[in-house]
Design a binder for this molecule. Sequence first.
Ligand code: ZN
Length: 242
Amino acid sequence: MRALVISDIHANLTALETVLADANSFDVTWCLGDLVGYGPNPNECIERIRSLPNLQCIMGNHDAAAVGFIDVDAFNPDARKTVLWTQETLTPVNKQYLRNLPERINLEHITLAHGSPYKPIWEYLLDTRAATVSFECFDTPYCLVGHTHLPVLFYLPDDRPTAQLVVPEHVSQMTLAPRAILNPGSLGQPRDHDPRAAYAILDLDNYTWEWHRVNYNIPEVQERMRHENLPERHIARLSAGW
Ligand code: ZN
């Protein structure tokens, strides 16, 4: 079974369509939250993601903010401006969809959580210390997370008490041993100084994990953001991936 793993789409429809064309064929879709926020096409992204085969989708902090579950004051001024714009722009049907998303999904082999299995909506899994704690918070062989916008893999070796970190600088495909926490990176707003859209393919027949990056038409998205009067800082960061 080939799973498309996407996260932090952030209303970037151009990046989403490019990734879907690049990923080609997959049996299931696992979406790790933050469908909206920052980008100019929240409705179109939700509708496109809902159309994907065998979708499992969880809620991110920006999705929660867009439907009023999180106070906008929890965001910095630029992010707050976009949250308010997103709240005004979303259709009632799409708001209802976001409102009903679970914070965490436990499948047979996989746990899905936006930030971490410990604190699904908010925790940023940035280091091996936090990852070590997280390994105690799920029972499946693998846990998929997003939220940091950084593609990483944490694994727990048999002979060491703390989690170890792998980044896709030298390796883009790995055969997985249980257990691991896997982050595909951000599809719509990468922050690892690589502006290309990120996604991953998890093959559960062969237990392989592949990180993918794909170029997409960034100026087209920036143009649409400008048209919607979204913050200049968020427009600029798309070209540099920060
Ligand atoms: Zn995000």
